[in-house]
Design a protein around this ligand. Structure first.
Ligand SMILES: Nc1ncnc2c1ncn2[C@@H]1O[C@H](COP(=O)(O)OP(=O)(O)O)[C@@H](O)[C@H]1O
Ligand SMILES: [Mg+2]
Length: 270
């Protein structure tokens, strides 16, 4: 049984079909990429999986559970976490508190325990802080950054903190929306390593929207390509790289946008 399965998934915004009858299957333990020119429907696909948008039609099944009518917090509990194309941290909270917010969905204590500060709750809080520090170390911020306010962190570290917050929800499937955007080549390389570790060390399944073709081709087991909401190709990286329909989608869009040098394998696609 695949971990995530979309069948004929569709999202319309008025007259615009942002995602058009997309079939997409993600196997447990794989690193998959979702690519396609700007506006192809990639983020909309994530938004349906995570319960931010309700599909217009089609089905979505995650780990045996139907999605599509679940709210974002229910989807998180089922084991799907994500990061956003535009970083969405709690800017004025510390790095550690951002992670604790992520962890909140797994804590047992309710308002009653919080009000009375029961010993069980205090223990749970301590364990949560300890776990948050471990996550800070794991994603490469280091626990010494725990008290730093999120907006004061350099951009690359904010992206890593967002990954730590996602990990804090204990996901099975991690959705990353353009995680390398705004990073320099060295940061991008380190991020690629981190993503690989998430799969190899933690056994996570990763679905990645990414415009850096070096990243996509370097770590993906499978690549899915959208163009104008339609899925136009799927396969291992090497096959996708040479797929005429994929190249045309990128070149065609580049020409339409008046790009000076349309290079199918390196162009930023948003
Ligand atoms: N909430 C929305 N309302 C109306 N149109 C939207 C909305 N979200 C996305 N779209 C449109 O859907 C299309 C796909 O957008 P998106 O999924 O963000 O593309 P991608 O992430 O591949 O760049 C675009 O034409 C975009 O303008
Ligand atoms: Mg997007």
């Amino acid at each position: 049984m695949p971990l995530l399965e979309a069948r004929s998934l569709t999202k319309r915004f008025g007259g615009l079909v942002a995602v058009d009858r997309v079939d997409l299957t993600i196997e447990a333990g794989e690193i998959a990429s979702l690519i396609g020119p700007n506006g192809a429907g990639k983020t909309t696909f994530f938004n349906m999986v995570t319960g931010l948008y309700r599909p217009t039609s089609g089905t979505l099944v995650f780990d045996g559970h139907p999605l599509g009518r679940q709210r974002p917090n229910q989807v998180t509990k089922l084991g799907i976490a994500r990061t956003f194309q535009n970083i969405r941290l709690f800017k004025n909270m510390t790095a550690r508190d951002n992670i604790l917010v992520g962890m909140n969905c797994r804590l047992r204590s309710n308002w009653y325990h919080a009000l009375l500060r029961t010993p069980g709750m205090v223990r749970e809080e301590e364990a949560a802080r300890h776990r948050a520090d471990e996550l800070l170390d794991y994603v490469g911020l280091g626990r010494h950054m725990g008290d730093t306010v999120a907006h004061a962190l350099p951009y690359g570290l904010q992206r890593r903190l967002e990954i730590a917050r996602a990990l804090a929800t204990q996901p099975k499937l991690l959705l990353l929306d353009e995680p390398s955007a705004g990073m320099n080549p060295r940061e991008t390389q380190a991020l690629t390593e981190l993503i690989r570790q998430l799969r190899d060390d933690l056994g996570l399944t990763v679905l990645l929207i990414e415009h850096d073709m070096k990243v996509v081709m370097g770590i993906s087991d499978r690549v899915h390509v959208l163009d104008y909401g339609r899925k136009i190709a799927e396969g291992p990286p090497r096959e996708i790289q040479h797929n005429p329909r994929v190249i045309e989608a990128y070149l065609g869009r580049a020409a339409a946008e008046g790009a000076a040098e349309p290079a199918a394998t390196t162009r930023e696609t948003g």
